[in-house]
Write a protein that binds this ligand. Structure first.
Ligand code: NAD
Ligand code: TYD
Length: 334
């Protein structure tokens, strides 16, 4: 596998995946294809050897542009998506355009060009909330917010494309991911950077109700790489490392690591349709040989340290459009 098209490669998980590929495989050339929405950022790729990757500005729902970029590639990995639940609650048309129409366009291009395999990165949120136990790949989807519904729709289209045409598409469903280069709209970088700025941490419903299972971005990238090389087309693979934390516990950890006290915690009204707990069983993926390698205590400490050391990266992302978004979402200035 020498030339890989990474759609959405300028975002959080995509850029970390590109870094992982270039570090691990000396003969791989990556083509990053990205629309550079507010969440896409060329700065996520600046430390990489520019002779080892090509950047193409484009929309995955634009078939001619995608076909041109994909021509001559051995594989495609799709990270391109609109990804923030709270923004999807404000309006979901972009989510449908990228996460459904875009995924359909990818399937059509992969089929038309005879690309040997494509991995479509999806999320554990498609299964909906679960009070106890963990979802398996055979469980039905039951999304409960517009973002999750758009991702589930993309997954269903991909599975149907495989069943109908034999298109070699593989789906991954990862859990909540953390690490460097995550946009500060998401809870972990938002809370770390707010804490560093001495600003309140807006915790939905006080944080004692909701649980997420945290996966380090490097482990997520390694899992996608494992599926890319060993996965079976038409199959789904869950990804999780078993680091369940209540949001309040996560928040306290962030405050401890940034040296701030709990007076910064600001309980705010709940997100509508807020899923209580996500949990997936990753034993199918583990049977391919993947094991998570980043222990939670090390991963969270290193991640908080990274945001502390990279204010020049996150500061610009908390200005401009973000100020308006923050005011609408939290009814206060960021
Ligand atoms: P992100 O929001 O950080 O990045 C998304 C990237 O996609 C950006 O670079 C953006 O510019 C690009 N993009 C958006 N629309 C596009 C379009 N139409 N055409 C081309 N590029 C476009 O997202 P992320 O957190 O890195 O998530 C990547 C993937 O992983 C998504 O599919 C998401 O659903 C999935 N996922 C994320 C998490 C998480 O916790 N972040 C967990 C599980 C799964
Ligand atoms: P988020 O990072 O948006 O990921 P997801 O909704 O995809 O799981 O949120 C993670 C958890 O943190 C979720 O339970 C909602 C909560 N949260 C807050 O309490 N306050 C916030 O400002 C944000 C963005 C999230």
């Amino acid at each position: 596998m020498r030339r890989i098209l990474v759609t959405g490669g300028a975002g959080f998980i995509g850029s970390n995946f590109v870094r992982y590929q270039l570090e691990r495989y000396p003969d791989v050339h990556i083509v990053v294809f990205d629309k550079l929405t507010y969440a896409g950022n060329r700065a996520n790729l600046v430390d990489l050897d520019s002779s080892r990757y090509t950047f193409v500005l484009g929309d995955i729902a634009d078939r001619p542009a995608l076909e041109t970029a994909l021509d001559g590639c051995d594989a495609l990995v799709n990270f391109a998506a609109d990804t923030h639940v709270d923004r999807s609650i404000m309006g979901a048309s972009e989510f449908i355009a990228t996460n459904v129409t875009g995924v359909y366009t990818i399937a059509e291009c992969v089929r038309a060009l005879g690309i040997p395999r494509a991995v479509l990165v999806s999320t554990d949120e498609v299964y909906g909330s679960i009070d106890a136990g963990a979802f398996r790949e055979t469980d039905p989807v039951a999304p409960r917010n517009p973002y999750a519904a758009s991702k589930a729709s993309g997954d269903l289209m991909a599975l149907a494309h495989h069943a109908t045409f034999g298109t070699p598409l593989i789906i991954t469903r990862g859990s909540n991911t953390y690490g460097p280069y995550q946009h500060p709209e998401k809870v972990l970088p938002l809370f770390v950077t707010n804490a560093l700025e001495g600003k309140p941490l807006p915790l939905y419903r006080g944080g004692e109700h909701n649980v997420r299972d945290w996966l380090h971005v490097r482990d997520h990238g390694a899992a996608i790489d494992c599926v890319l090389r060993k996965g079976t087309p038409g199959e789904i693979y869950n990804i999780a490392a078993g680091n369940e934390r209540e949001n309040l516990e996560l928040t306290r950890k962030i405050l401890e690591l940034t040296g701030k006290d709990e007076s910064l915690i600001q309980p705010v009204p709940d997100r509508p349709g807020h899923d209580r707990r996500y949990a997936v069983d990753a034993s199918k993926l583990r049977s391919l040989g993947w094991v998570p390698e980043v222990p939670w205590d090390d991963g969270i400490a290193a991640t908080v340290a990274w945001y502390c050391e990279h204010e020049t990266w996150w500061r610009p992302l908390k200005s401009g459009e973000f100020v308006e978004y923050y005011r609408r979402q939290y009814r206060v200035q960021p």
